[in-house]
Structure formats: C-alpha cells, structure tokens
Design a protein around this ligand. Structure first.
Ligand SMILES: *Cc1c(COP(=O)(O)O)cnc(C)c1O
Length: 359
C-alpha cells in the first residue's frame, strides 16, 4: 500500500501509527466485542477514553488545574460566537487583532454580540505582517483580547505573546501542539481538532476557571463553557470517535518525545522549505521573515499560468493538496506534526525539479 504525502490545511494528515491502531481496534475495542463508536458515551469505557485523553493533553501542554479542558463540537467557528457569549457581558467591550481571514471571521461573529474594538490590523499590508504591539489601540477594561496565533491561510504566526491587561483569548487551531506554549499566559485557548489534534468534529477549549460562569443569559446551553465543565464535556453526546482518535494522537506525541521534540522537527521542516523558496527566483513567500508560520507555508510560482501544471504534476508524484486557499491563490504546504520530514524533503526535491524544467 502506498500512502501519499498530504499537505492539506485541514482536515489534515494523521499519524500513521494512530490510524493503524484505530484500524486494529476498530471492530473489537480492547476485547469489549464492539467498536468504541458503538458504545454509550456514559459507559465506563468511553468515560475512561475521555479522561485519559484529557490527562494526556494536560501533561503534553502542561495544563494546570486552574484550567478546565473541554471537548466540544462545532469547530473553531462556533467558538467565534461562544467566546463573546461567555465573556463579553452586557456592556463589555472586547479587543481583537486582525491578522487574516480567521481573525476577520472571529471579529464578524463577535460583533453580533457586543462592542468590538479592532485594536490593530495588518489588512493594509495584505496580512503579510503582524502589527507591532506598540501600535495596538487597546480599550480600557476590555473583557478580553482575541488574536489568532497562527493564520492558517496567510501563513503568519506570532512567536511572541502580547502583554496586555485583559485575558488573552486565542484561536490556536493550526498551531496547537506544534511547539510548547505557556498555558498560564492565556485566559482561553481554543482549536478545531482537524489540523493538529485529530479528525474533524471535535473542538478543544482550555479555559481558566475564573473565566467560567460569566456567560450571557441568552448563551445557548451548548455554547456555555460552565455547563460543559460541570458535565465533563458530556452535556450532550460528544463526538466519541473523534475524541478517541485525539487521545491516540496525544499518546503518539508523548511517544515522539512531547512538544519540545516536535518543535525541533517542525522548525527544521519549515526552515528547509522556506530556504528552498528563498533560494529560488522561481518561488516566493510574501510573509515577513520573523512571522512566517511553522505550520502553513504559502508560496507562489513566478508565473501563475504554471499553477495548474504544478498541482497536476505534484498530484501525480503523490504530493497532495498543495493548492493555496482561494483567497490568496498560489500554493500552500501545510506541514503539521503528522507530516514528516520525508514529506518536506520530497516536496522540496519536486519543487527544484519543477523549476529546472519550467523556470
Ligand atoms: C481551520 C481554522 C478555523 C476553522 O475551524 P472549524 O473547525 O472549521 O470551524 C478557524 N481558525 C483557524 C485559525 C483555523 O485554522
């Protein structure tokens, strides 16, 4: 069997050992005589899977007991609404930093629920930079400051944590688990699972407990973090199979040496790919160097008339899903944890060869 290299931005590549283990356990989970996805979410088995996934994640990321870990549904996009509904209050104001398409969506949703101040934006720079902290125009007494540590579409990543008084609320969908973070720097971390956690259908929210219990009276029960925390993320039926797979991914990450070990590999992968782009007159990446994403690497060809040919030949070579987001065009290689260094090496060799033949 040949597996292709998958550079999809999401749902993204999953580690082969995780898929193999899920395959082996599919019909008869740990001798139970049925698959994990056929069991009640209230069963000892599934409650155990959920509890182990939570403790593995806490260990990987260093999440203290001051934080609740919630496994929810609806994707990061649902959290765009849940964040203001849980934190903004009647007369509150929230600060947002706009660094790309995902920030914009978060801002648009928050505006439905209350006052939003866009403290800074890099839209005029076509989202190729992060506005320097000293230029941010913060509100007095903001309920929170929201930003997107990694913009999946533009390929722009923060390698610093903003110092502000308000709690930081971050959409970490495409950078979570790619390197260690200091959880204590944040009020709320949320992420859709389908980039670096597991399959689609699961949403992770890590929330400092003192930020619970502030939800608007109109906040739907399904979006209320306090309710989720009170019910161990089982207020309703959780996505049990996705949660099980996420648990396997967390175990795999532990076996790889944890997030510090992943960071070493991820930096090496990204550094190689950016070097290949920068060393060539044929390829280009528009992002300012200090803010280049480790996970999502957009690049353009010198002649966009060659885009289709590039993608077709890449496909034929087993390098899949390199098409850039429709809003920016060109190519994008998403090189999450499960995309190995061999995948990046093969991509670079292909790019060099393509340039030789067409440059
Ligand atoms: C993929 C992504 C989203 C959207 O996630 P869904 O789970 O599809 O709602 C939001 N923010 C970022 C940064 C993303 O990468």
């Amino acid at each position: 069997m040949t597996r292709c290299y998958n550079f999809c931005a999401g749902p993204a590549a999953l580690p082969v050992p995780v898929l193999e283990r899920a395959r082996d356990e599919m019909l008869n989970w740990h001798g139970a005589g049925l698959s994990i996805m056929e069991m009640s979410h209230r069963s000892t088995e599934v409650m155990g899977v959920a509890a182990r996934a939570e403790s593995a994640l806490r260990e990987l990321m260093g999440v203290s007991d001051d934080y609740a870990v919630l496994f929810l549904q609806g994707g990061a996009s649902t959290q765009f609404s849940a964040v203001p509904l849980n934190l903004l209050g009647e007369d509150g104001v929230a600060d947002y930093v706009n660094t790309g398409q995902w920030s914009k969506k978060a801002i648009a949703e928050a505006k439905r629920f209350g006052a939003v101040n866009v403290a800074a934006s890099s839209e005029d720079a076509k989202f190729s930079t992060i506005p320097p902290r000293e230029d941010w125009k913060l509100s007095d007494n903001a309920a929170y400051l929201h930003y997107t540590p990694n913009e999946t579409i533009g390929g722009v990543e923060y390698f610093w944590v903003p110092e502000v008084d308000a709690p930081l609320v971050v959409d970490m969908s495409s950078t979570i688990l790619s390197r260690p973070v200091n959880v204590a720097d944040y009020g709320v971390i949320y992420a859709g699972a389908q980039k670096n956690i597991g399959p689609a259908g699961l949403t992770l929210v890590i929330v400092r407990r003192d930020l619970l219990g502030k939800a608007d009276a109109k906040c739907p029960a399904m979006l209320n973090w306090q309710k989720a925390a009170d019910n161990d993320s089982m207020y309703n039926t959780p996505p049990t199979f996705a949660l099980y797979l996420a648990g396997l991914v967390f175990d795999w990450l532990q076996e790889c040496g944890g997030l510090a070990a992943m960071e070493v590999i991820n930096r090496r992968k990204a550094q190689k790919l950016y070097a290949a782009i920068d060393d060539s007159p044929f390829y280009a990446n528009p992002v300012e160097i200090p803010s280049r994403s480790l996970m999502n690497v957009p690049f353009t060809l010198a002649n966009d008339a060659l885009d289709k040919q590039f993608l077709a030949e890449a496909d034929a070579a087993g390098l899949l899903n390199l098409k850039g987001h429709r809003s920016v065009g060109g190519m994008r290689a998403s090189i999450y944890n499960a995309v190995g260094e061999d995948a990046v090496d093969t991509l670079i060799a292909f790019m060099n060869d393509f340039e030789q033949r067409n440059g």
